[in-house]
Design a protein around this ligand. Structure first.
Ligand code: ADP
Ligand code: MG
Length: 316
C-alpha cells in the first residue's frame, strides 16, 4: 500500500544516502520512482554526480530492477509561483512578484508557509495521474531531520486550524489525510550512537502522537566486530593474551616491542567498549518494537556502485 516513503534522521546519519538507495530499490522492472529533496542543499545532485537539479523532474538513474528513478529538488519559491499559477492563473504576474522579492519575503517571513508549499508539492506528485494511471509508483522524500520532522509533516494540521472552511482548508485536510493514511510511511535513519538514537526515540514518540505512521528504523553504517563475544569480554578488561598477540604479529612479519602490544591491547579495549555501547543502543532501538533494517558501513564511502549495494540490502 505504501507509496510515499518519508526518510528522516539526525543530520549526518545518511538520510540522503538511504533515501536514494530506497528509491533505487523500489525501481523494479518498469516502475517509476520519484526521489524528492526539500532542504535546498542539492544533496541528490551531488550524490548522483549531476549538475544542480532545477525545479523539474528529471530521470537521474535506472534501478537495478530496470525501473526509472526521477529526481526533484523542490524549491519553496518556485512551488509558490506554481501554486499561484494553478489557482489564480498568475503566471506572468507571479513572475513580476518574484522580481520585486515579494515571494522571497513571504516564504521567509512565514517559515510555516514554506513547509505548506513543500508538503503540498510532495502531495501533488504522489497522487498525480497521467494517462489514467499514477505518474509515479512510489515517491521517496529526503525529508527534514528528526528535530524538525514532526512540525514539518504536521504543518497542514495547523493550517486546517486557521482556515475553518474553503479551498485552503480542503487542501490542508487532503494532505493530512494522505500523510496519516496507509499510503505514507516514515523511515528513521540512525547510527548506533547516543544522540541519533535518542533523537530517533523522541521523533517516533512525536510522530505517533500526531497519528503518523512509522515504516522502519534504518540502522546505518554498521561495523561488525572481528572479535567474538569471548574475545570482546577479555578485551574490555585488557586481558587479551599478550603472548598470543606477539606470536601473531611476528608470524605476520612485524617487529614486536612491549609498547606495541600494550598499545594494541588498549585499542582493543576501546573497540570492545564501543561495541558494548553499540549493543546498548541497538537494544534501545529494538525496544521500540518497529521493523529494523541494518546497512553496513561501506569502507570506501558512497559512489554509484555503493548506492546499488545499499539498494540491494534494502530490497533483501
Ligand atoms: N552506509 C554507509 N557507508 C559509508 N558511508 C556512508 C554510508 N551512509 C552514508 N555515508 C556517508 O556519510 C555521509 C553523510 O551521509 P548523508 O546521506 O549525506 O547524510 P545526511 O543526509 O543524513 O546528512 C556522506 O559522506 C555519505 O557518503
Ligand atoms: Mg542530506
Amino acid at each position: 500500500m505504501a507509496r510515499l516513503h518519508v526518510v528522516t534522521g539526525k543530520g549526518g546519519t545518511g538520510k540522503t544516502t538511504v533515501a536514494a538507495a530506497m528509491a533505487l530499490s523500489l525501481a523494479e522492472q518498469g516502475k517509476r520512482v520519484l526521489l524528492v529533496e526539500v532542504e535546498g542543499r542539492q544533496g541528490l545532485a551531488q550524490l548522483f554526480d549531476v549538475p544542480p537539479l532545477p525545479y523539474v523532474e528529471r530521470r537521474i538513474a535506472q534501478g537495478p530492477g530496470g525501473g526509472d528513478v526521477f529526481a526533484l529538488a523542490v524549491d519553496a519559491e518556485a512551488a509558490l509561483l506554481e501554486y499561484l499559477d494553478m489557482y489564480y492563473h498568475l503566471g506572468r504576474a507571479g513572475k513580476a512578484l518574484d522580481k520585486v522579492g515579494a515571494i522571497d519575503f513571504v516564504t521567509t517571513i512565514a517559515p510555516g508557509l514554506r513547509d505548506v508549499l513543500l508538503t503540498g508539492k510532495v502531495y501533488e506528485a504522489t497522487r498525480r495521474k497521467s494517462h489514467g494511471r499514477l505518474a509515479y509508483d512510489a515517491v521517496v522524500l529526503d525529508a527534514p531531520p528528526t528535530g524538525r520532522i514532526a512540525p514539518f509533516l504536521n504543518v497542514n494540521h495547523e493550517v486546517a486550524d486557521l482556515a475553518k472552511v474553503g479551498p485552503i482548508r480542503n487542501q490542508a485536510d487532503a494532505i493530512m489525510g494522505m500523510l496519516r493514511s496507509d499510503v505514507t510511511r516514515i523511515h528513521l535513519v540512525t547510527l548506533l550512537e547516543e544522540m541519533p538514537v535518542q533523537e530517533t526515540l523522541d521523533a517516533v514518540g512525536q510522530l505517533e502522537a500526531l497519528d503518523l505512521r512509522i515504516g522502519s528504523i534504518v540502522v546505518n553504517m554498521v561495523r561488525n566486530s572481528p572479535l567474538d563475544d569471548d574475545a570482546l569480554a577479555l578485551a574490555v578488561k585488557e586481558k587479551l593474551p599478550a603472548t598470543e598477540i606477539g606470536k601473531g604479529l611476528r608470524s605476520a612479519g612485524i617487529a614486536v616491542s612491549k609498547g606495541l602490544v600494550a598499545t594494541l591491547v588498549a585499542e582493543a579495549r576501546d573497540h570492545a567498549v564501543r561495541v558494548g555501547l553499540e549493543r546498548e543502543n541497538r537494544d534501545r532501538i529494538d525496544a521500540l518494537g518497529k521493523k529494523v533494517t541494518t546497512l553496513p558501513l561501506l569502507p570506501d564511502g558512497i559512489d554509484q556502485g555503493a548506492l546499488f549495494d545499499l539498494a540491494e540490502e534494502l530490497r533483501a
